[in-house]
Design a protein around this ligand. Structure first.
Ligand code: UDP
Length: 413
């Protein structure tokens, strides 16, 4: 059987003071029209990663507005998850093999899980490639409407992978992508919907943390909250360019000798690449004790990340390649200007010159950080604009509304 994730309840009412009466009203009305609809979200993991983070909030909110929603996680073994990791990379364009054996493992686990999928539903939302084969292998009439939610960028997929996945994708009635540009070639049959990810403003990471409290927390790690702080929160990964961030910080240093840099990232025990790149980042930082390289093994969890974002003067996200960039959303929500790489979903969030600055090079990045440190009033204004931008476009309530609208459209109600 699939694992049913038991999520603690949430109340839409709690968001009223953040998004206002009209938004809540609209969601409640949509909820009324879809009352009792049976919805199953299916994905590959209950913890870690953006999808799980979103479902943690979305599923209880769907329940709160009257839907009969559940979240179910497929079961697999190491061999299956090795294959799905390759699928994730291959669908994003990596040049790696996809053998007949890998295809067969993927199909086999999809079949087993699909056969064990219990119940009947109005809507099944299948997240990402891991369980995408479900639609083929389930009993007939399990669900009225099938939706595939793609959280990755399939614009330039490895053809070997894409040819294999495309018939599955085209079997769905609707497909959701994060951005229009991420839709892969030949997705013809499902109705395509564009839905950007969102953050939940009431989680431990995103709720408002009093400045004094946040300052105390960062000082535990040796950071001086009375001095300028530049932060990037990211996995240690070449696409996030932590080395470039260090170079930019060094260019800022002559004008701001007291400036500090925090590179905050989380390490997964099963990600050897991450450890390698963390070491590389530490070597690049050398003996500079104003650079703080921190991760979950130092005790930096969701709450501490929120504290770093709250205390920082400037947040950097110098990605070279990016999915959506939830860390940018989180930073803007805390009223911080973001200097971000022009990649993936960052330009949707960093409106150049309004909510922060878009940069392509280390020199640009350094110049913009300096400008924001020199002009705290500009930084404050941009941060406020960023917060409003997130309030309008990237909060979980919008996500909930988008799903309800999609359901209503598919059901023809
Ligand atoms: N994150 C975290 N602790 C860290 C580093 C990152 O909790 O030390 C979180 C971060 O707050 C964000 C997510 O991991 O919610 C990363 O999502 P994003 O879309 O920015 O990047 P991805 O890692 O998915 O490429």
């Amino acid at each position: 059987m699939l694992q049913i994730v038991d999520v603690p309840g949430k109340s839409l009412e709690g968001y009223r003071s953040i998004v206002g009466d009209d938004v809540l009203e609209e969601i409640r009305e949509l909820g009324q029209t879809m009352k009792g609809a049976r919805v199953a979200h299916i994905n590959a993991t209950a913890f870690g990663g953006g999808v799980a983070e979103i479902l943690q909030s979305l599923v209880p909110l769907m329940k709160d507005v009257g839907l009969d929603a559940s979240w179910q996680v497929i079961q697999g073994s190491d061999e299956f998850f090795n294959v799905t990791k390759a699928c994730h990379n291959g669908l994003q364009g990596m040049d790696i093999p996809f053998t007949a054996e890998m295809k067969s493992i993927w199909e086999q686990y999809n079949r087993i899980n699909a056969e064990q999928f219990e119940g009947e539903y109005d809507f099944v939302v299948v997240h990402d490639p891991q369980p995408a084969g479900f639609i083929r292998f389930v009993r007939p009439h399990v669900a009225k409407h099938w939706i595939w939610r793609c959280h990755i960028d399939t614009s330039n997929p490895n053809p070997e992978y894409w040819q294999f996945f495309l018939p599955y994708i085209n079997a769905y009635e609707a497909a959701i992508f994060t951005m229009k540009q991420y839709v892969g070639p030949g997705v013809t049959d499902p109705r395509i919907h564009i839905i950007a990810p969102t953050i939940d403003p009431l989680t431990e990471k995103n709720r408002e943390i009093p400045l004094e409290e946040a300052r105390q927390v960062v000082s535990r790690f040796g950071v001086r909250p009375d001095r300028p702080l530049i932060t990037q929160v990211s996995r240690f990964d070449p696409w996030k360019d932590p080395l470039g961030v260090i170079d930019a910080y060094r260019q800022v240093k002559p004008a701001f000798p007291e400036a500090q840099l925090a590179l905050v990232g989380s390490m997964a025990t099963d990600d050897p690449e991450g450890w390698y790149y963390l070491d590389k980042t530490c070597r690049h930082a050398g003996e500079d004790d104003q650079i703080f390289i921190l991760h979950n093994f130092h005790g930096v969890g969701a709450y501490e990340v929120g504290c770093f974002q709250t205390v920082s003067d400037v947040i950097v996200q110098k990605s070279i390649r990016e999915g959506f960039g939830l860390v940018v959303t989180e930073a803007l929500w805390k009223g911080k200007p973001v200097v971000g790489g022009e990649a993936g979903g960052i330009p949707l969030q960093v409106i150049d010159g309004q909510t922060g600055f878009l940069v392509r090079t280390v020199d640009d990045c350094a110049a913009r950080i300096r400008q924001l440190l020199e002009d705290p009033e500009l930084a404050r204004k941009m941060g406020q604009a960023g917060k409003e931008h997130v309030r309008q476009h990237f909060l979980i309530t919008r996500h909930l509304k988008d799903y309800l609208q999609l359901f209503r459209e598919l059901a023809g109600r």
